[in-house]
Design a protein around this ligand. Sequence first.
Ligand SMILES: Nc1ncnc2c1ncn2[C@@H]1O[C@H](COP(=O)(O)OP(=O)(O)OP(=O)(O)O)[C@@H](O)[C@H]1O
Length: 542
Amino acid sequence: MIVHRRLLQLAGSVSGPIVACVGLGLAVSAAYVAQAVLLAAALAALVREDAMTAVRLLAWALAVIALRAVLLWARQAVTVWAGGLVKARLRDRLIVHLSRLGPAHLTGTRTGNLQTTVVEGVEGLDPYFSRYLPQVVVTFWVPVALVGWLFTVNAPAAAVLAAAVAGVLIIPRFWDATLLRRGRGRWAAFAALASDYLEATQGMATLRAFGAAGTLGSRLAGRAHDLYLTTMRQLRISLVETGISTFFVQAGSAAAVLAATTAGSAWEVFAVLLIAVECFRPVKGLSDAWHAGYLGITAVDGIEALLAASPAVEDRGTRSDFPDAPAITFEHVTFAYPGSRRPAVRDVSFTVEPGRTVALTGPSGAGKSTLAALLQRHHDPGQGRITIGGIDVRDLTLDALRGGVAVVAQDTYLFHGTVAENLRLARPDAPDEDLVAAARLAAAHDFITALPGGYDTPLGERGATLSGGQRQRLAIARALLADAPVLVLDEATSHVDARTEQALSEARRGRTCLMIAHRPGTISQADHVVTLENGTLLETVA
Ligand SMILES: Nc1ncnc2c1ncn2[C@@H]1O[C@H](COP(=O)(O)OP(=O)(O)OP(=O)(O)O)[C@@H](O)[C@H]1O
């Protein structure tokens, strides 16, 4: 019986549905107890040869059984509702938190681990909250209440039953810590296997190209074996616990009946016999709920770690007035990535005049993408500052900043959805005409209309059904649709032909643009060229 402190805190937001599950659980138990008492009384009446009373009591028992069926149905419905609510609330919270953590967090995390936590972990928490936690309450109250009542019926039998109930509830607690530790080990093995599978699926083309599928296959087999071993280790403890519980249940019931038989009436013997069953029914229910809910208990560490992670930048800005056609100024900007002692950029200062384009050039690793990331506040500079239209980017709200800066990144991400849906990520309420206008400007309209369903054609995951150049042009169209005063182009023209370069220069018109560029043709389109080397500014050329 493991009640995790952090999980109880998470339960706070869904306490209403959980209380409803507890209430219905207690009501179902009460119905079972009522049936047992009525049956015991009916049997005692039969022993007295009072058939009329027995029939009347059995009729009442039937009514209770019917009522219990309704209660069981209601409990099932509330359990499903509570479980759904738990999952929806927790996933909402995790997704909002993940978006606050931003790309800086994702670079240090395995996607598979994150996915396992958010999907499987949250899925596992559903039975923990909707079944296990309510059953813990029922398991504590029902046996205690029944044993208390049995003391008024037959004290020796009640004393024996009390000892058995105490054994069932207390002794397995000695294994809880080990069970939790082994459960965490199993979860870690499960997450590692899921992460490797995800990576293998995503990198299948590379694996095949290098003939490395076999090596990865062996690694996956190793992970699967680890999962098997950790599962068996956990199961061994679970089985010991189940064995002890079963022993106390059987031996306790038998001993209690024996105690009642030696000195009790027929009614006392039947009552003890049938109530003993009801005493232990919640314990059996708890064991079933445990097997359904233990995945969530072991996943809670990952969920907790995710919720505890703090974003790389705080959203403390108060200004939402993003300036129109602003200047962008980098003032003595120095920044080192967390954990790195060498700054990725050092004392960099330059200005992009309003409506102008600056090309950032320099060798690989010079710090170009880092400057673009600092402008978008994926990180904040250690020293110096960046201003947009004279406003320190830290004084703008993150929403205002991200609404004012459109980005065409190096690796364009297109989602599994239609062309139009992917474009509307930038502006969900954009009318069709705006979509077409942006696509035309990005030289994407012609290939989109040539697709089987035009703008309604579904794209594969990551836009897998498109060429690199087509993906890039869709990304440019998406950025244009955002209609932001500032444009960041990160190697945006690497897949794009001369016609698109021309369209891009049209798109840059009137916008302040920071363009990471390597090719001379692209660089020559800029108003200024800033060259970086080893994180420092080498030269600025007009
Ligand atoms: N997330 C990160 N964590 C730690 N170091 C990083 C991270 N991203 C980049 N770096 C380091 O910062 C330095 C600058 O990298 P950056 O990506 O800004 O270079 P770049 O000029 O854009 O290179 P390229 O032209 O190859 O894209 C490099 O030394 C790189 O290894």
